[in-house]
Design a protein around this ligand. Structure first.
Ligand code: AMP
Ligand code: MG
Length: 390
């Protein structure tokens, strides 16, 4: 048995960043930017008004003074002339501030009569102008690698970058194993249950930016497993679920070995998820997850998510943890690292009453895993523990 950190290192050794492809900006959300991009223009490209009002010379702004309105500058329709002494140009938000003007008096601070305006009192210092380039300058970078979020997409659009280099999505084949499993929507026999892990993991993989492929369920015989591995060919990572212990029906290790899997490790000192195996099967990385639904999902968070991030060029790092105070005490931990299902809110974090690794209902009501180091003693209310968001 190896510790979680060592298992993670071994898993990182099985993968590397994938190739770069170019996608349209519209398809770039949630993808990982692979090469630093540089703004192709300056934004705003001109000094722009941030309000509706009148553009004048700031030095002329005084209580009750009058200006003659000689033109109009609207968004997309600038005014070409030069503002002279005693003159004003009607201006709207986003419009270029005309030459000669360096101040916008907001329309609420003005009395209008014909083409004359009179300023009110106490206009203040705020010029209501966004200088050219205040957002970004031509050549300013968006640094790679970076997982693109909606605000980044908007910024790239604003930089006039329409095609984006991103890392290819890792293709992940998911194989459920077990004679007891049927797909959701099917009618199980009395001694059967529904394959759930594959669907949970596929959802997790999608959120991570991978491309999951759910393969047909492999039955508990060697031929069926071999067929499933065959169908997985072409994936970057193949994940099996279940059949990884040492029971008579646990065939993943022997069949994978027969197919030439070079094993990196088997068994990790953690709860849940001890019977984890990993290795290389041809060009594919292979991870064998335990079958219990919560174990599989926890291992997804602890191991699969960092592997996917590594394949997406985001480097080798464990899933992030943060420190939260306990809102209820928790008992001492045993010799294995324990990832307890828990719920964190403004009052702190508490662990779920039931920690059995088959309870998806408990996992579904949890929003964190509480990370307990080996032999961690009893912890009281107010003490801080590390958690991972799930
Ligand atoms: P195994 O590791 O195959 O012995 O499976 C351990 C437990 O997890 C058993 O109770 C299985 O029925 C269950 N299990 C295995 N695979 C799945 C799956 N894909 N979805 C739901 N439960 C599963
Ligand atoms: Mg099984």
């Amino acid at each position: 048995m190896i510790p979680v950190s060592q298992a993670l290192d071994e898993l990182f050794n099985l993968v590397s960043p994938l190739h770069i492809e170019h996608v349209a900006l519209r398809d770039a959300n949630n993808r990982v930017l692979a090469q630093t991009q540089y703004a192709t223009r300056t934004q705003p490209p001109f000094a722009a008004s941030s309000m509706d009002g009148y553009a004048v010379k700031g030095a002329e702004v005084e209580d009750d003074c009058m200006f003659k309105v000689i033109g109009e500058s609207a968004a997309g329709h600038g005014w070409d002339g030069t503002v002279g002494a005693g003159q004003a140009v009607r201006i709207f938000t986003g419009a270029p501030v005309p030459k000669g003007a360096d101040f916008v008096v907001i329309q609420e601070d003005v009395k209008v009569r014909g083409n004359l305006i009179t300023l009110c009192r106490d206009i203040g210092q705020k010029d209501n102008i966004r200088p050219a380039g205040v957002d970004f300058l031509e050549g300013n970078p968006m640094t790679a690698p970076h997982k693109l979020q909606p605000a980044d997409i908007a910024l790239l659009a604003s930089m006039n970058i329409a095609q984006v280099p991103v890392y290819r999505r890792p293709i992940v084949a998911l194989i459920s194993t077990g004679d007891e499993l049927v797909m959701p929507g099917q009618t199980p026999e009395p001694d059967q249950i529904i394959a759930s892990n594959t669907f949970g993991l596929a959802a997790m993989l999608e959120n991570l930016g991978a491309h999951p492929r759910i393969l047909p369920i492999a039955r508990d015989n060697e031929a069926s497993l071999r067929t499933a591995f065959d169908l997985a060919k072409g994936a970057d990572l193949v994940i099996t679920i279940g059949g990884a212990s040492v029971g008579d029906h646990d065939l993943v290790a022997p069949v994978a070995a027969e197919l030439g899997m070079k094993q990196s490790f088997y068994k990790v000192a953690m709860r849940p998820g001890k019977p984890l195996m990993a290795g290389k099967l041809g060009d594919m990385a292979m991870v064998g997850l335990p079958g219990n639904p919560v174990s599989a999902m926890v291992c997804g968070t602890i191991f699969i998510a960092p592997m996917i991030r590594a394949m997406l060029g985001l480097g080798r790092s464990a899933s992030p943890q943060r420190s939260v105070a306990l809102s209820a005490p928790i008992g001492a931990n045993g010799p294995r690292e324990h990832y307890m299902r828990g719920f964190a809110d403004a009052n702190g974090v508490h662990s779920a009453d039931q920690q059995d690794s088959s309870l998806l209902s408990v996992l579904s009501q949890s929003n964190v895993l509480i990370v307990r180091p080996p032999n961690d003693p009893t912890r009281d209310i107010g003490e801080c523990v590390n958690v991972m968001d799930i």
